[in-house]
Design a protein around this ligand. Structure first.
Ligand code: SAM
Length: 271
């Protein structure tokens, strides 16, 4: 059984985000089994405190889900540029948003080296991506540089206890397996618990908004698919025994397996 460590591990990221398939299978469990019916991406959009005319840069846009879920209500005056370090993810974002009635800009950008002049954007968005960036300090300095004075930075992330029950389920199946990788709980990742401390040296008015949610999963297959969309690779026989293990656990839990989420978004201002 293969295991790679670290959320910012280069090799892991190259494989994980070669295309949108892994992210898609992880998102589908959230879409189908979340207890909060509102939807994280709609909620995130409503945290944006921005004027009707502004320039917005998204880093690590993935397949463009944030804009797809909010496409009908984006002010016409918002000039939105979606970027990602992975060309595969960016291609999917282009395909997903290509039919939209509003134009979006696209570009391949590594958050550690942002190819824009200083004071270009009114807002920068980093939705569940900063924990993947190896030199986060550099990325945060880049974000501060390209924001106009008074511009806003939005960075969503997870907490240390996020989906803990899933990691416990995996470890219960095989204690040698680690669902998130050894770097997940390191003090220097970007999480709800330590995000403000990383933002305050560069930004003012740092606020954290939390989104209350959990998963109540009633089918074993999506759970197995979620587990295998990350760092764990199993052969057919191992996969069958994981499926059996999950089925038994779910049955013992009364047919519904509950997984708590810890998610939120930081809002910060360039002074
Ligand atoms: C967990 S996904 C989140 C995607 C999207 N923001 C969402 O929430 O659906 C993380 C994304 O960050 C991108 N990424 C990782 N490291 C990056 C970097 N250094 N600069 C820009 N994007 C990066 C990955 O390619 C991936 O698309």
């Amino acid at each position: 059984m293969a295991r790679v460590t670290g959320l910012a591990d280069k090799q892991f990221l190259a494989v994980q985000y070669r295309d949108a398939s892994n992210l898609k299978s992880r998102m589908s469990i959230h879409r189908r089994f979340s207890t909060n019916p509102y939807g994280l991406l709609r909620w995130i959009f409503e945290r944006f405190n921005l004027p009707p005319v502004c320039r917005i840069l998204e880093l690590g846009c993935g397949s463009g889900n944030l804009w797809m879920d909010n496409d009908g209500r984006i002010p016409d005056g918002w000039d939105v540029r979606l970027t990602d370090a992975s060309v595969g993810m960016l291609g999917q974002a282009r395909r997903n948003l290509g039919q939209s009635r509003r134009p979006y800009g696209f570009g391949a950008v590594d958050a550690q080296r942002i190819p824009f002049a200083g004071a270009t954007f009114d807002a920068v968005i980093a939705d569940h991506m900063l924990y993947h960036v190896p030199d986060r300090k550099k990325a945060l300095m880049e974000i501060q540089r390209i924001l106009k004075p008074g511009g806003r930075f939005y960075a969503s992330t997870v907490g240390r206890g996020h989906m803990r029950e899933l990691a416990e389920l995996v470890a219960g199946f095989d204690p040698a397996l680690d669902a998130w990788g050894a770097g997940h709980l390191d003090a220097d990742t970007f999480m709800l618990e330590n995000g403000a401390a990383q933002l305050t040296p560069l930004f003012t008015d740092v606020l954290l908004h939390r989104y209350e949610d959990a998963l109540v999963v009633t089918e074993p297959a999506p759970l197995v698919e979620y587990i295998l969309s990350g760092r764990i690779t199993l052969d057919a026989e191992q996969r069958a025994s994981l499926t059996k293990y999950v089925e038994e656990k779910m049955e013992r839990a009364g047919g519904a397996f509950r997984i708590e989420k810890e998610t939120g978004i930081f809002e910060a201002v360039r002074g």
